[in-house]
Ligand binder design. Structure first.
Ligand code: GAP
Length: 524
């Protein structure tokens, strides 16, 4: 059980670790990168795959028991990224999947207009000063320096809601003079592409990269009902890439232009939708906790009436306290009660009946949908934030376990610092590291390599023979490997090895013949 609540890690520290240890790289880095795109390195790929597999196992293959203790059924799907553009007209994405943006004509910066706030003089006279939400300090300094005034003489107005007549008086966040910001205009977030060899811009072959995986599920709802003998209530789950041409991709992989989602559409009778909505909100919070996320860093946020889409009766976000939002929280997952909006829209637009016929009650209706929709890439960011821990550990062979450290602080006498990623073993990219005690003793190396060759048939295993054992442990701690196994001289005599636990740093010996089953019991 976790007792100490660690300080959230800063984005700079996490990004640097991710790059240094092969988790996540800036996309196209050797060409100076591409804003909003990221590449998962060898360890990031393992971590992401483990999270994806955990969701698939716990949601699709072996979902939790329903609210009345009964088994529930969920099937999987993998629909195409490019779909008939009529899908996006019917879903509302073509008409309404917009973000307001504003440009600075001078600095060429582009802003999400709904993330821009403005200090407007209460007197109604003089210059107004814009700033990015949560970062008012530059504007406040300018108020003092340029307007020779005090921020208390100003009111804060969202740029979106500003009287357009005042826009020429606004000083942009990184402009050298006022009046350079454009009026907010709507920007559709879908990436366009063109199908076919002769196709060109504006032609009827325009298509879109999907901005969510969910619509692929709705348009296959009938196929699944007709082929899989599913009965209401049931779910369809899908994991895959989505693309959004975000105006301002920010905060590492939190908001990127290409990302992955894990989405479930739960189809049920309209009368039961509220029961299932409550069930899924709680189930999804519990799931994140089951992966080792500290509940003090998670919270449920119910949307206010005015945040809900016109067809939705309820929506709740699972929010996480990221390093860059702390002490506030940011979205990780949304659970939406979507009514029968999506199936009705596709029924009307396609002309295909999407009603469900209940043979027991002779009732025909369009099912209601509860949608737990989560970011896989954003989930990886949560796991990294959650796992990152700085500790003070006793130097050398001195007694005592690790102590939680304030990030960036110096260790007390007799201790040294370590960075450790405390992933749940199920999610750790590398499960076991194998070390021969000495690299220049052939018999140790051979035995360690035999073990490595055997265990890698089952798990991702790392072999390391260079450097002192302590340094090898540190390298594995920093990538979150839960267990290190050392082959030493006793191993040659009695066929046992030492297992060292990442979190407690405790060691114990175990016969090699028992190692597999021991690991099996731990790596769940
Ligand atoms: N089908 C519903 C839907 O897509 P959403 O709230 O727009 O809802 C669901 O997205 C989840 O997808 C979010 O909670 C977040 O985890 C992830 N997500 C959305 N936009 C993202 C982006 N630009 N970058 C990374 N993850 C994103």
């Amino acid at each position: 059980m976790k007792t100490e609540h660690k300080t959230p890690v800063s984005l700079e520290t996490l990004t640097a670790l991710c790059k240094r240890r092969g988790f996540i790289f800036q996309s196209s880095e050797i060409y100076n990168g591409l804003n909003g795109f990221w590449d998962f390195g060898p360890l990031g790929t393992e971590l992401k795959n483990n999270l994806r597999d955990a969701w698939w196992q716990d949601m699709v293959r072996n979902p939790p028991l329903g609210p009345d203790g009964e088994m529930i059924d969920i099937v999987g799907l993998d629909s195409s990224i490019i779909q008939n553009p009529k899908v996006w007209a019917a879903s509302g994405h073509l008409g309404g999947f917009n973000d307001p943006m504003a440009d600075c004509r001078e600095s060429k910066s582009r802003y999400r207009a709904d993330h821009l706030m403005v200090y407007v003089p209460e007197s109604g006279e003089g210059t107004a000063f814009a700033f990015l939400e949560g970062e008012p300090s530059v504007a406040e300094k300018r108020i003092k320096k340029k307007a020779k005034s005090d921020p208390s003489a100003y009111k804060v107005v969202p740029y979106n809601e500003l009287d357009p007549a005042l826009i020429p008086t606004v000083w942009g966040p990184d402009a050298q003079e006022p009046g350079t910001l454009t009026e907010p205009r709507q920007f559709n977030l879908m990436f366009k592409t063109f199908i076919g060899a002769m196709a060109g811009e504006g032609d009827e072959n325009t298509a879109y990269l999907r901005p969510e995986t969910a619509q692929g599920i709705f348009i296959n709802y009938k196929n699944v009902v007709d082929t899989m003998r599913v009965k209401l209530p049931f779910g369809i789950g899908q994991i895959g890439k989505s693309f959004r041409n975000e105006v301002t991709p920010r905060n590492f992989i939190f908001r990127s232009r290409e990302f992955e989602q894990m989405e479930l559409e739960w189809f049920c009778h309209p009368d039961e939708a509220t029961k299932w909505y409550d069930f899924w909100v709680q189930t999804r919070l519990d799931w994140w906790e089951s992966l080792g996320v500290d509940m003090r860093n998670l919270r449920r946020r119910d949307h206010d009436e005015d945040e809900l889409a016109h067809y939705s009766t309820a929506c709740a976000d699972v929010e996480y306290q990221y390093g860059f939002t702390a002490p506030g929280f940011g979205e990780l997952e949304g659970i939406a009660h979507r009514g029968n909006y999506d199936l009705s829209q596709h029924q009307e637009a396609s002309g295909t009946k999407l009603e469900y016929f209940d043979q027991e009650t002779n009732e025909k209706f369009i099912p209601h949908v509860i949608e737990p929709s989560s970011g896989l890439s954003r989930g990886v960011l949560v796991l990294l934030n959650e796992a990152y821990t700085e500790e003070f550990v006793p130097k050398g062979n001195t007694e005592g376990g690790p102590l939680l450290a304030e990030p960036g602080t110096r260790p007390p006498e007799g201790y040294e610092s370590r960075v450790v990623l405390k992933f749940a073993p199920r999610l750790a990219p590398i499960k076991v590291a194998i070390f021969p005690l000495l690299k220049n003793r052939e018999e140790l190396v051979n035995k360690a390599k035999d073990l490595y060759a055997d265990l890698r048939k089952t798990w991702p295993v790392f072999y390391d023979q260079t450097g002192a054992i302590g340094r090898r442990y540190r390298r594995q701690d920093e990538i979150g490997t839960p267990y290190c196994v050392t082959v030493d001289f006793d191993s040659l005599e009695d066929d046992t090895v030492t297992i060292r636990d990442r979190d407690s740093m405790e060691q114990h010996r175990i016969p090699i013949t028992e190692l597999r089953s021991w690991l099996q019991s731990k790596l769940v």
